[in-house]
Design a protein around this ligand. Structure first.
Ligand SMILES: *Cc1c(COP(=O)(O)O)cnc(C)c1O
Length: 389
């Protein structure tokens, strides 16, 4: 029996305007394939400064469409970080290609460009970087490696919409960027995702891919007064409805506000951990504007006097929905079985996965909520807490 979680690690924030926007679309002529899809796409494209945006049904669908659009197929290898959500690697497998896992940097848990370079083979076609917790990776180094080896650089920016690196916003840092609008993410459309790029050809392919692989859509047929369409490639129904797009568009108006609230919470946590032995926040790269999707601390059992899993249980018992992001992808039974991955392949990610804990962080969290989390941690890490072996 689990205890009731009163303070989850993530929670969406909806405004009256969001509710009104959804109600309005429900009364309109279009529930899907209508005008809100393009309006949401254009608003995101403008916001991140990309030429093209393609809305799809989830962040996972965006990753799958990205792999299809850049032409990943059987025999290809794509380098992905070991410490990410499974979908980052799964999208490679969907296309019949092989993910190759790169380790992460110890201080930030962002993909380590040096290990990416080591994992390149003649079969490597692309790199998917993940802006873990909400801060952009070292794209300068990654772009350099990708350029040298003629690889496509994809950003899985499910965590980092609203972030930037030296004033260059997420959406412009890689050749192609994927976003997620799951309720845990910076803004939500319920479920939803988007692919943004300056490459017109990839955008067009992604558009066809989300609609069965058809070479035109309903509106293009209506404009041309024809019923004809052809299926050029095998696609999926990965469309995002107008209901979702209405919500996403309305939420986008609050992106900066949401990020600012997350930042204030993160600053309060980090200030406290300076004085708390054994609880170490992740490093923030210089010049980065962090989106703070996750607030991750590393628990040092010797100094804190408590193991991560003990702290996890202690927090959950108090109704605090802490989480672990993530079990390393290469250690999932599926990947071990199918790709022969094993412990020891990405030691930094594996070591981190035993120490990290994600604390609650979401825009509507109050100061009292943050203080409750901190007080609950302090009780667990006091010297009277059971000593870790
Ligand atoms: C959330 C997430 C995804 C997938 O997004 P969905 O919209 O849930 O499909 C992909 N990658 C990362 C890193 C994520 O956190």
């Amino acid at each position: 029996m689990g205890v009731e979680i009163t303070l989850p690690y993530a929670r969406h924030t909806l405004t009256e305007e969001d509710l009104a926007a959804v109600a309005e679309v429900l009364r309109s002529a279009w529930l899907t394939c209508g005008p809100l899809v393009e309006r949401f796409e254009q608003a995101v494209a403008r916001r991140v400064g990309a030429a093209h945006a393609v809305a799809v049904s989830s962040g996972t669908a965006a990753l799958h469409a990205a792999m299809a659009a850049v032409g990943i197929g059987p025999g290809d290898e794509v380098i992905v970080p070991a410490l990410t959500f499974a979908a980052t690697a799964n999208c490679v497998v969907y296309q019949g290609a092989s993910p190759v896992f790169a380790d992460v940097c110890r201080d930030t848990l962002l993909v380590d460009p040096a290990d990416v370079a080591r994992k390149i083979t003649p079969r490597t076609r692309a790199i998917i970087a993940v802006d873990y917790a909400g801060q952009p990776c070292d794209y300068q180094a990654l772009r350099c490696i990708a350029g040298q080896h003629n690889l496509v650089l994809v950003a899985d920016a499910a965590h980092s919409l609203g972030a930037a690196d030296a004033d260059r916003p997420v959406g412009q840092l890689a050749d192609l960027t994927t976003l997620s609008f799951h309720p845990a993410k910076a803004i939500t459309s319920g479920e939803g995702g988007m692919l943004v790029t300056n490459n017109a050809c990839w955008a067009q392919r992604a558009r066809a891919f989300r609609n069965h692989g058809f070479d035109n859509d309903l509106h293009q047929r209506n404009r041309r007064n024809t019923w004809r369409y052809g299926m050029q490639v095998l696609g999926f129904n990965y469309r995002l409805s107008d209901i979702h797009c209405a919500l996403g568009l309305s939420q986008l108006a609050n992106l900066d506000l949401f990020v600012a609230k997350r930042r204030a919470i993160a600053e309060r946590y980090s200030q406290c951990f300076v004085a708390l032995d054994g609880m170490r926040p992740l490093a923030v790269r210089p010049g980065v504007r962090h989106a703070w999707h996750l607030y991750v601390v590393r628990v040092d059992p010797r100094r804190a006097g408590v193991r991560r899993d003990e702290l996890f249980s202690h927090m959950r018992e108090q109704g605090i929905g802490v989480a672990v992001h993530y079990p390393p992808v290469h250690l999932h039974p599926f990947y071990r079985r199918k790709f022969g991955t094993a412990p020891g392949m990405c030691p930094v990610a594996e070591d981190a996965a035993d120490r990290i804990l994600s604390l609650p962080i979401f825009p509507a969290m109050t100061q009292d909520d943050v203080d409750f989390v901190l007080a609950t941690i302090e009780r667990a890490v006091r010297p009277c807490a059971p000593m870790a072996s």
